[in-house]
Design a protein. Structure first.
Length: 276
């Protein structure tokens, strides 16, 4: 029972860490105070749980946990979380904090679902299946966010043509404004990029510990990374001011078509993505 509880708490830490990254990303791009507070709160919970586990491990083993690679990864992840909190609270280095937390999340995931942890845990198979479940859940949520961005891009194009052709009538009064559709497009892909990144990290970790052999050049993996890069560039160009209005909406539409190709064709050509 104790092992199962510990495993669940470590899984909870990974999920909380992932969600905090999403809010840090929003805060980094838009300086949203509410997102910053949520991210800090979630990361604070992660740090408290990490610290409790670290102290309990020291008490149990009567030594500092840095003698093995497995222990070192955990201590390294704890240091990164601690450092990010210090930089955020005392120095407000938002850019540095965001990227430190990306690294910390990756190492926390490696520690939680590492092969050595799985092998020596009586709930190892459960951990693997739940890692897969979390990976798929984040992937699906990212697809939902990208689908939402496509919906708002379609609304933007419809609204633009109605206004340009002066065909506006009361039946279209429930449509959002052009600025609102552009804002929601941005928020949607912002969330989608964050969720897809988390999903890819978890998916690669699952493949590493579950499959006897897998290729990083699997069509689904390559397609997902291409999708991440494409959406990231769309967001980057928009932030630079190079992509706005109809061009921005069209970019969302083309990116969504790429998502559909990756979803259906990528799964067909993949060696192990049979659940998508």
């Amino acid at each position: 029972m104790a092992d199962i509880t510990m495993a669940r708490l470590h899984e909870a830490m990974v999920i909380l860490y992932a969600v905090s990254l999403v809010f840090y990303f929003i805060d980094y791009l838009y300086k949203e105070k509410r997102a910053s507070r949520i991210a800090m709160t979630l990361l604070g919970i992660v740090w408290v749980l990490q610290t409790v586990f670290l102290v309990l491990y020291i008490v149990e083993t009567q030594r500092f946990p840095i003698l093995t690679l497995f222990e070192g990864i955990y201590f390294y992840a704890w240091l990164l979380v601690t450092l990010s909190l210090v930089l955020r609270i005392f120095y407000r280095f938002d850019f540095a904090v965001f990227f430190i937390n990306i690294i910390g999340f990756i190492f926390m995931t490696i520690h939680t679902f590492a092969p050595v942890q799985i092998e020596r845990s009586p709930v190892g198979e459960s951990l693997v299946s739940e890692l897969l479940f979390i990976h798929i859940s984040f992937a699906i949520l990212s697809y939902v966010a990208f689908s939402l961005s496509f919906v708002f891009s379609a609304l933007h194009m419809i609204l633009y043509r109605l206004l340009k052709q002066k065909k506006w009538t009361k039946q279209w009064s429930s449509l959002p404004s052009l600025s609102q559709t552009q804002q929601f497009m941005t928020i949607s892909i912002l969330v989608g990029i964050s969720l897809l990144f988390v999903s890819l990290v978890l998916g690669l970790q699952w493949a590493f510990i579950s499959l006897a052999a897998f290729s990083i050049f699997d069509m689904k993996i390559v397609g997902s990374f291409i999708l991440l890069v494409v959406y990231s560039f769309v967001l980057w160009w928009h932030r630079k001011g190079s992509l706005n209005g109809m061009n921005y909406a069209l970019a969302h539409t083309y990116a969504f078509l790429l998502l559909l190709i990756n979803f259906f064709l990528g799964s067909r050509l993949s060696e192990f993505h049979f659940w998508y």
